[in-house]
Structure formats: C-alpha cells, structure tokens
Design a protein around this ligand. Structure first.
Ligand SMILES: Nc1ncnc2c1ncn2[C@@H]1O[C@H](COP(=O)(O)OP(=O)(O)OP(=O)(O)O)[C@@H](O)[C@H]1O
Ligand SMILES: [Zn+2]
Ligand SMILES: [Zn+2]
Length: 802
C-alpha cells in the first residue's frame, strides 16, 4: 500500500502529495488524517497522510519511518476543508492543515549540526565545535558564524544539518487502584492475612466498603499509608494498579452554579423559531441575529445549543478573544456543565491540547472558543454560532489569512446545519447580505424587561477647552461620576488606547520623537522613563530636552490609562478605581480577579481599554464615560467610521442593563461626525445607509471586493520597483471593471528597517484573478526564500490596511 503524504515544508515545490510505502507493521494504522514521519531528502520530517493508493506512479518510493497517531488527527471533513482553505486564501495546503491544530500537535524539530570528519575545518569552526561532533543548531545560530561558511563546508561534505523530530504533545496521567477480587474473595484474603499486616488489612477493608476505582494518591492519603504497604497486595493479584490519562481542566477547581433556561420573551421566541426549525430539518441557512445590547442574544444561543445537544449533535460557539471572559465561560458551563470545552489563548499549550482532545474523543458536545475553535474536530455539527460577528479578530492576519465567518459557512454547508451570526452592530458586509436576502435577518430591538437604552450625551471637548477646562474630564462627566459614587452605584470609563498612545512632543517646535526604524511615534513608558517602539524592539531613554531645538518643554501627550487613572484620583480622591489594560492583566487570572472585585462592589470605577467594551453584564453600572471617542476615527482605514460606531454602541451597552437606568457621556472633538452622532442615537439602520453611500462612492466593500498586496524589503528602491511591476501586471490582465491602485507606501512605511509598499485592487468579478496572483508569487519565489529578502503578502479580504 502507498500513502499519499503532504510534507511539512511550506513551499511551492512541495505543495503536492508525495508517495511513501507503508511498511507492513503499519498497515491498517496508516489512514488519511494520520501524522507520520517520513524521509525527505536527507532529513526526517513530519507529514500528513491525505489518501491511500494501491500503487505509485514512481518506480522507487521510500518507506514511512514512523506513525504518530493511532486515531487520525484530522477527520476527512477537515482534510477537505484544508483544500478549500488553501484555494481560498492561496496558502500552502500544509499551512492550512497546521492552522487547524493546537500548537502541541505540530511536532517540533530539533536541528543539529553534525561534523562528519575528524580533520580540522578552520579556526573559527574548530573553536566552535571544541572537540564535539554534534552541536545544537541553535548554538550555531547564536555563534555569529556566517551561513556562507556553513554552506561551503556542507558543499564539501564535512558538515551536515540534521533534523531530530520530537513530538511535544504531553499527556498527563494519574495512577489508579482498584480491587481485582470480588467482595467474597477479599473477605477470605482478610482472614488469611497475618495479624502484623495492619496497613494491608486497612486497605482491604477500605475496598470492601468502597469496591471502586480510586486514585492511588487519594487512597494513600485517606488511609495515611504508603506505596510500600500497597505493593504486596498488587503483587499478590488482589489489587490492580493502572495509569489513566487525565485532562488538565483549567476550570476544574471551580464550581459553576447550574442555571435553568429562561422562559423566552416574544422577541426571543420569534428569533429562535427559524433557527430551531433549521436544526430540526437539518438544513443550512445563515442567520444574522441583529439584537441591541442586552436584548438577550446569549439566551437565544444557549437554548438553540440545548436543542442540538438533545439531538445528540454538536455545537461550535465562537466569541471574540477579548469577550471570552470568565463571565462568558460561566454562562456556558453553568448551563451545560462538563459538556463544554473552552479554547482560548490564555490557556497553556497543554491545557489547549487537553480541551482539543476532549472534542476529538467526543467527551464534550459544545466548544466555546476564539477564532481557531472553528476548526474543532467534531463530526456531527448541528449548529455554529458566531457572537459579535463584526469583530475583526475573526480574521487571521498572518500566514493563512482566513476569516472564521467564511469557514463557519463552509462547514455549515457540509454538515447541513444553521450558522448564526449575532451582533448589535453587524459588519456592513453582513447586513448588506441580509438586506439582499442571502442571510436571513432576525431582529431583536428591545432590551430585556423593556428597559430603555441608556441616554447618551455628547460633550464637545473643544468647547470645554475654550471655556478654560484643560482637564481630560469634562465638567459634566466629573459631576456625574461624583453623583454615582454618592449613590453607591458604579461607573465604567472607557479609553481607546489604539491610535491614542502617549507620544512625546516638543511644545516649542512641534518635534515628535519617532522610531528610527519604523516611522511611527515612540510611546512613553512612565515606570522606566523610556520611549519604546510598538512595532520593533527599539527603545531609548526619555530625553530631557528637545533634540531639535534644545527646548526643555518636551513632554508626553495623549492619554494612557495610567495617566487617566492619576488624573482621576486627583480630581475625585475618594473614588476607588480599578484599572484594566494590558499592563494590569498580563498575569494569569488577573483579568478575572479585577472583574470579580468590581462585581463585588469593591470599587466605584472600572477604567479600561477595549477589553472592557464587551460582554460585561453588571447591574450596578449606571454610568459609562467615553473619554476620547474620536481616537479611532483618525486611523488610515476605510472602516474607521464603522469601528467607531461599533465600539461606541458596545461601550454604551454596558450601562443600565438591569433594573437601574443607565446614562452615557461621550467626550469628543467631532460631535457632528455621523458615526458618533448616530451611535449616540442607537440608529444602526441610518448609520448603515450613510456608510453604504460612502462605500459606494469610494468603491469599498461591500460594493467592491478588495485584494491587498503588501511588499516589503530593506531597500526602498527595490520595494518600489517590485510594487510597480505587480501593479502593472495586474492592470494589464484584469478587466477594465477593476481598479488597480499603487504603488503606495503603506501607512506604516517602515517596520524593523524594512520598507513597505502596497498595491490595492478593487473589483467586482475577476474570476481569473487568483491565477494571476499565483503567477506573481511563483515569479518571485526564489527572491522570497532569501534571508531578509523580498516579502510579498496577498490578502483577499484585508482588514488591516496599515
Ligand atoms: N428570557 C429572559 N428572561 C429573563 N432574563 C433574561 C432573558 N433572556 C436574557 N435575560 C437576561 O438579560 C440580560 C441580558 O441578556 P444577554 O446578556 O443575553 O444580552 P445580549 O444581547 O447577549 O447582550 P450583549 O450583546 O450586550 O452582550 C442577562 O442578564 C440575561 O441573563
Ligand atoms: Zn523642540
Ligand atoms: Zn520601531
């Protein structure tokens, strides 16, 4: 038998199946989806078996060296999905298979450098080997010896790079003990036991009372005895010891209070009905659930999932990474208990692997997770839900540039099950599809218990400044915060960190400190009093005078959460503040701790960035303040208005969610901007209309599709030249309905000393586009292989335009 294998070498030449003979001892084990180790050129590498065949077209095929799985790691469906993904994103098939698996399943190779001769090489290399014949390749990489030297000696046959494949998956096991004999027989043994063997007597008596399997450690603890007294009983065949695989359950030590389904409101009832019908009929529709914040979308998800579980099928529930808070997990674990696996980036690699195995082994029926959970290896999917479907984090931004929404719909088609996209502020693309009838629109326009949406007040910060208030808090906001504290209610203050970092500027001459490698402003870090670049690792001390004009009035601008916290404490000294940003939540569990503290009423104000905009449901929050609403508006991105609208709506939605009414204060320098004004009125439909007009006028999605080429290289002339060539090539080949724009310097023109240029294509229907792009990538392939050489990325659904 022959296995047709895709090998773990992402390149154009290896993007096809290779034939390997299956040694007799592996026959039957080697099946599609199994990982194998195969010889490839001089090395041994990882591969995935895709298909089997009787014979090979090649006369001499090598044998499979080793097999890593007994159960296939990838199901047939996922192997097919990988092909689809590969076509869809123009990535190598192997990369598409890898993206579906948890980190630990991708075997790690240890590279070694082998010296193949006893003779001396040159002084540099001899000093490096220092008498050794084999050295870890990492050590070579750090040695500073050039690759050129290495290459020369490899060509001469005196050095070789050797690959050691070492799979890093780690299974955790515990030892269990159980009785082998029946109670009657145990009684007999007890009689035969010598009177001195008191410990052993205790152990047998224990099993007479509890004739069940028990973890060895617990047994020994309970009877305060040791392995030594257990051993003779095992040796005599009275008891049996065995190892069992256990999962590291990250939520294992937590009790989740069980919740019961709520009786649905009329709106919920209307929304859920067609979803349940779909599940029942095993048909595939895409639903867009447009429900205002606090309208009870989550309850609709929960009850739909329940139906799927009752049918014996499985459900995938995606939530944005940032919303995967303990509160969210609690809602799912509380309803479905141990039937739920949770996948998100805060888990350790081992924990992720364990959760993944639970899915693979059918021990759970629901997975709740961030983007990559869409690849959960379920085989009987009955429902896929994407909450906050407008979130851009559903798009993967490197290598395999897939969008989880597209993958969800593809899997939904395969499994003939409904896909539910939910949001209070759907992506323009999705809403447009719903309006056209491609998606089925479900609307929930009221909050729970008829509570109204919180009133939004816009404060013009220019006027504040003119009237002499130089603080970052408007008079209104300050008063309202004080009012809440006096009443024992709580406040959420939101600061948009992105685009609003603390840059350093000279007040005399306007000089801004920039990174010497990246053309972007450096960020001031107070604790170390240093300036850092957020794109490369450059940092430098905070200057005491302006490097341009030597003025001493150089200082930092913009508002970081830390600075806001200080100003807030100065303004309202009695306020108890919890700050949540990347700095205060880095440690594991910190996120949860802060939220719990706030929920328990141990603070008056929760101050934070994006990470507090979503999913929080605290009844005592009656005021939300947005400090700089326009920070996002000024990004070089055609979605800036849409993002601003979405974020303001989300943040406002945190207030007045239960009995107490809420209020929102939005501070802005551009209160007349339609996205800020319409967000303050919760008018999604009007915003959609306005924004669609602009998208049409400027030829952006959803009216046009985009393709974005980003080209980078250390040499600026080179980048310009290549981008120019690509632009011309595409211009000549695409129809005159397509707009090929470029070459343009990217908004971040230089990152890590590499210049970046782009070519953007706006088009409606270009069936041959991908073939042209492939030809370009093929043409430049050799140049792209070189160390620190040319890089070309192509994104067919770009979200990051910088
Ligand atoms: N049918 C119901 N009866 C009573 N309470 C409900 C019902 N459905 C949901 N709730 C409660 O209403 C509150 C808001 O619901 P939920 O959080 O599901 O809204 P949501 O639409 O998901 O909100 P957001 O988009 O802001 O996250 C929650 O506290 C939830 O427990
Ligand atoms: Zn200056
Ligand atoms: Zn930099």
């Amino acid at each position: 038998m022959i296995a047709n294998v895709i090998v773990d070498v992402p390149s154009q030449n290896t993007n096809r199946l290779f034939d390997y003979e299956i040694p007799e001892k592996f026959e039957g084990i080697v099946q599609p989806g199994v990982r194998v180790i195969v010889p490839f050129g001089p090395r041994k590498i990882l591969g995935y078996v895709i298909t089997l065949s009787e014979t090979s077209a090649f006369s001499s095929v090598k044998k499979i060296t080793d097999v890593l799985d007994v159960i296939p790691t990838l199901t047939d469906e996922l192997l097919q999905l990988g092909k689809w993904l590969s076509r869809n994103t123009l990535s190598y098939y192997i990369s598409c298979l890898q993206v579906m698996l948890p980190q630990v399943m991708k075997a790690k190779y240890r590279k070694e450098l082998w010296k193949l001769t006893e003779e001396p090489l040159n002084s540099e290399l001899d000093a490096f080997f220092d008498g050794r014949a084999v050295v870890d390749f990492e050590e070579f990489e750090q040695s500073g010896i050039s690759y050129h030297t290495l290459r020369k000696h490899m060509d001469d046959g005196v050095l070789d790079v050797h690959y050691e494949v070492k799979s890093r998956e780690t299974k955790k096991t515990v030892t269990n003990v159980e009785p082998v004999l029946s109670s009657m027989e145990l009684e007999e043994k007890l009689v035969d036991l010598s009177p001195q063997a008191k410990k052993q007597r205790k152990i047998i008596e224990y099993f007479l009372e509890y004739p069940e399997t028990i973890e060895k450690k617990r047994l020994l603890e309970e009877l305060s005895t040791t392995s030594a007294s257990l051993k003779p009983l095992v040796n005599q065949g009275i008891l049996r010891e065995f190892k069992k695989e256990v999962f590291r359950d990250p939520y294992g030590d937590r009790e989740f209070e069980r919740t019961e389904p709520f009786p649905l409101t009329n709106e919920q009832e209307t929304a859920i009905e067609p979803i349940l019908q779909n599940i029942e009929d095993q048909t595939h529709d895409v639903f867009l659930l447009h429900g205002v914040t606090g309208s009870g979308k989550t309850e609709v998800y929960l009850q739909s999932i329940q139906q799927v579980i009752d049918k014996g099928e499985e459900a995938i529930m995606l939530v944005p990474e940032i919303a995967l808070t303990p509160q969210m997990v609690e809602r799912f674990k509380g309803r479905f208990g141990s039937k739920v696996a949770v996948l998100h980036s805060a888990l350790s690699a081992g924990e992720k692997y364990d959760e993944w195995r639970k899915i693979q082994r059918r021990e759970v029926q629901v997975v709740v997770g961030a983007r990559s959970a869409i690849f959960a290896p379920f085989t009987r999917i009955g429902l896929i839900i994407i909450d906050e479907e407008h979130e851009t984090s559903y798009k993967q931004e490197d290598r395999t540039r897939y969008h989880a929404r597209d993958v969800a719909i593809e899997r939904g088609k395969t499994h003939q099950c409904p896909v539910v996209l939910g949001s209070a502020t759907p992506a323009l693309e999705s809403y447009a599809r719903a309006v056209k009838g491609n998606y089925k629109l479900l609307t929930m326009s009221k909050r729970m218990n008829e509570s109204v949406m919180p009133e939004v007040e816009l404060v013009d910060m220019r006027e504040e400044l003119h009237s002499g208030n130089r603080s970052m808090f408007s008079i209104v906001l300050k008063e309202k915060i004080e009012e809440r504290i006096a009443r024992g209610e709580q406040v959420v203050l939101f600061l948009n960190r992105r685009g609003y970092s603390t840059f350093v500027m000279c007040r005399d001459c306007g000089h801004v400190s920039e990174c010497p490698h990246c053309d972007i402003a450096l960020t001031y870090h107070k604790r170390q009093n240093r300036l850092k670049c957020h794109y490369c690792s450059h940092e430098e001390p905070m200057p005491s005078e302006c490097p341009e004009c030597e003025s001493k009035t150089i200082r930092y601008f913009g508002t970081g959460t830390q600075k806001v916290e200080e100003a807030l404490q100065e303004l309202i000294p009695e306020a108890r503040v919890i700050r949540m940003d990347v700095d205060t939540t880095r440690r594991k569990g910190a996120h949860e701790k802060h939220l719990k503290k706030f929920g328990d009423g141990q603070a008056d104000i929760l101050l934070g960035t994006q990470m507090i905009a979503k999913g929080l449901d605290f009844g005592n929050v009656t005021l939300v303040g947005v400090l700089a609403a326009d920070a996002l508006l000024n990004l070089p991105d055609f979605r800036a208005s849409e993002k601003t609208f979405q974020l303001l709506t989300q943040v406002s939605g945190r207030a007045g969610r239960h009995e107490k009414a809420g209020e929102v204060v939005v501070q802005t320098y551009s209160p007349e901007h339609y996205s800020i004004e319409l967000a303050s009125q919760y008018d999604y439909e009007q915003f959609f209309k306005e924004e669609m007009k602009l998208r049409k006028a400027f030829r952006y999605p959803p009216y046009f599709y985009l393709t974005l080429f980003t080209i980078s290289h250390p040499n600026q002339l080179k980048v310009q030249e290549v981008t120019q060539k690509i632009t011309m090539f595409m211009q000549q080949r695409l129809s005159d309905q397509a707009y090929v724009l470029g070459p343009t310097p990217s908004a971040l023109t230089r990152i890590n000393n590499r210049y970046r240029y782009q070519c953007m294509i706006k088009y409606k229907n270009e069936p041959e586009q991908r073939t042209f792009v492939e030809r370009i990538l093929h043409y430049y392939e050799d140049e792209m292989k070189q160390e620190n050489g040319l890089q070309i990325t192509v994104d067919f659904q770009p979200y990051q335009l910088m």
